[in-house]
Design a protein around this ligand. Structure first.
Ligand code: UT7
Length: 328
C-alpha cells in the first residue's frame, strides 16, 4: 500500500464559457429598451468589465461544470473514473436538490465517490479547494475534482443597473491530487454573517412558491470597503503560515469582481502590476467560477508555470473570504 500523501497539488486546470458574449455596449442597448441608463464608459471606469458571457436558457450549472471538468481532467492526464471526490462551489445550482455535484458526477459517467456542493458565494472556490486539500491530506481522497460553476444571469435584476452589469456565467475546475511535495502551502477561510444583507439573493421556495425576492441584491460600496480590507489580511495570513513573503508570490489570482479591488489588493501587498491575473474585463464577475477561470486562462497562455507560487483569494456574500497559497 502506498503511503498517505502529505500534500495536495493541482495537476490540471480547465474552464468553460457559454458562447454568447455580451459587450457593455450590447448590454447597455438592451437595458435602454427597458428604460435603464448605463454606458460602456461607466462600466469600464468603475469595474474594468468590458464583456461577459450569458448562457442560453436551457443550460444548467452542471452543463458548464461538465465542460470545465473535462478540460481539467484532460490537462491532468486523468480519466473521470480516477476521480474519487467532487466538490462543486455554486450559488446557482441546477435545482434545490440533489446537489449539482451529483448531477455532474453522473454526467461524467462515474458513480460511488463522494460529491457535494459548497455554498460560499464568490469565495466558494477558495472554500472548496481548502476542503478538498484537507480531505486529501487526511486520506479521504487522492484525486479530487474541484469546480466553480455559476449562472448568475439567472438571478440578475435587469432593472437594477447597479448589479446587472457586473455579473456573468461560466465554470472553472482543477484536478487536485495527493502529492509528496506541495502543492498547497496554506489555506485561510473566514465568514461573518453580520454582513449577510450587503450581498444576497433573499428569496426561498416554500409551499410550492418562491417566497421573497429571488434576485441578487448588493450594496456595492459596502462590499467594496470590506473586500479590500479582508483580502489583504487573508493574504498576509497564508504567507505567514507558509513562511513566505510577498516577494515570493509570482501570481495573484483573486476573485474577479472589480479591477479596482484587485489592483488595490496587489498594491497593498506590494506586488508588481504584471503579477495580477485579471480576466474580469472579459468574464465579468462569475462568482465561484471566477478564480478557476482566471487560473486556467493564465495556465493556458503560459504565464503560470510549474513551480510558480500562486496566491488565490476570494471574497463574497455571507460575508465570506479566504485565501490559498500554493506552489503550482
Ligand atoms: O463578488 C462579490 C464581491 N463583489 C464586489 O466586490 C463588488 C464590490 N463593489 C463594487 O465593485 C463597486 O462598489 C460597484 C462597481 C458595484 C459600484 O461602483 P462605485 O464606484 O462604488 O459606484 P457607486 O455605487 O458609489 O455609484 C456611483 C454612481 C451612482 O450615482 P450617483 O448617486 O453618484 O448619482 C450610481 O447611481 O454611479 C451610478 N451607477 C451607475 N451609473 C451608470 C451605478 N450603477 C451604474 C451603472 N451605470 N451601471
Amino acid at each position: 500500500m502506498t503511503a498517505q500523501p502529505r500534500h495536495s497539488r493541482i495537476t490540471g486546470t480547465g474552464s468553460f464559457l457559454p458562447p454568447r458574449r455580451v459587450t457593455n455596449a450590447e448590454l447597455a442597448a438592451e437595458l435602454a429598451q427597458r428604460g435603464i441608463e448605463t454606458s460602456d464608459e461607466w462600466i469600464v471606469e468603475r469595474t474594468g468589465i468590458r464583456a461577459r458571457h450569458f448562457a442560453a436558457s436551457d443550460v444548467t450549472a452542471s452543463d458548464l461544470a461538465l465542460e470545465a471538468s473535462r478540460h481539467a481532467l484532460e490537462s491532468a492526464g486523468r480519466k473521470a473514473s480516477e476521480v474519487d471526490l467532487i466538490v462543486l462551489a455554486t450559488s446557482t445550482p441546477d435545482m434545490v436538490f440533489p446537489s449539482t455535484a451529483t448531477i455532474l458526477q453522473h454526467k461524467l459517467g462515474i458513480a460511488g465517490c463522494p460529491a457535494f456542493d459548497l455554498q460560499a458565494v464568490c469565495s466558494g472556490f477558495i472554500y472548496a479547494l481548502a476542503v478538498a486539500d484537507s480531505m486529501i491530506r487526511t486520506g479521504s481522497a487522492r484525486c479530487a475534482l474541484v469546480v466553480g460553476s455559476e449562472l448568475f444571469s439567472r438571478i440578475l435584476d435587469f432593472d437594477d443597473r447597479t448589479t446587472c452589469v457586473l455579473f456573468g456565467d461560466g465554470a472553472g475546475a482543477v484536478v487536485l491530487e495527493g502529492s509528496d511535495t506541495p502543492g498547497i502551502l496554506a489555506t485561510d477561510l473566514h465568514a461573518d454573517g453580520a454582513h449577510r444583507d450587503i450581498l444576497c439573493t433573499p428569496g426561498t421556495v416554500a409551499g410550492g412558491k418562491v417566497l421573497g425576492d429571488p434576485l441578487l441584491k448588493m450594496d456595492g460600496p459596502a462590499v467594496f470597503k470590506l473586500a479590500v480590507h479582508v483580502l489583504e489580511a487573508s493574504a498576509r495570513k497564508v504567507l505567514a503560515q507558509a513562511g513566505r513573503s510577498e516577494a515570493d508570490v509570482d501570481w495573484l489570482v483573486p476573485h474577479q469582481a472589480n479591477i479596482r479591488i484587485m489592483q488595490g489588493t496587489a498594491r497593498r501587498l506590494k506586488l508588481a502590476p504584471q503579477k495580477l491575473v485579471a480576466t474580469v474585463d472579459q468574464h465579468g464577475n462569475t462568482s465561484a467560477a471566477s478564480i478557476p477561470l482566471a487560473l486556467d486562462v493564465a495556465c493556458k497562455d503560459g504565464r503560470v508555470q510549474r513551480g510558480d507560487t500562486v496566491l488565490l483569494e476570494g471574497v463574497g456574500g455571507g460575508f465570506t473570504w479566504g485565501a490559498v497559497l500554493l506552489d503550482f
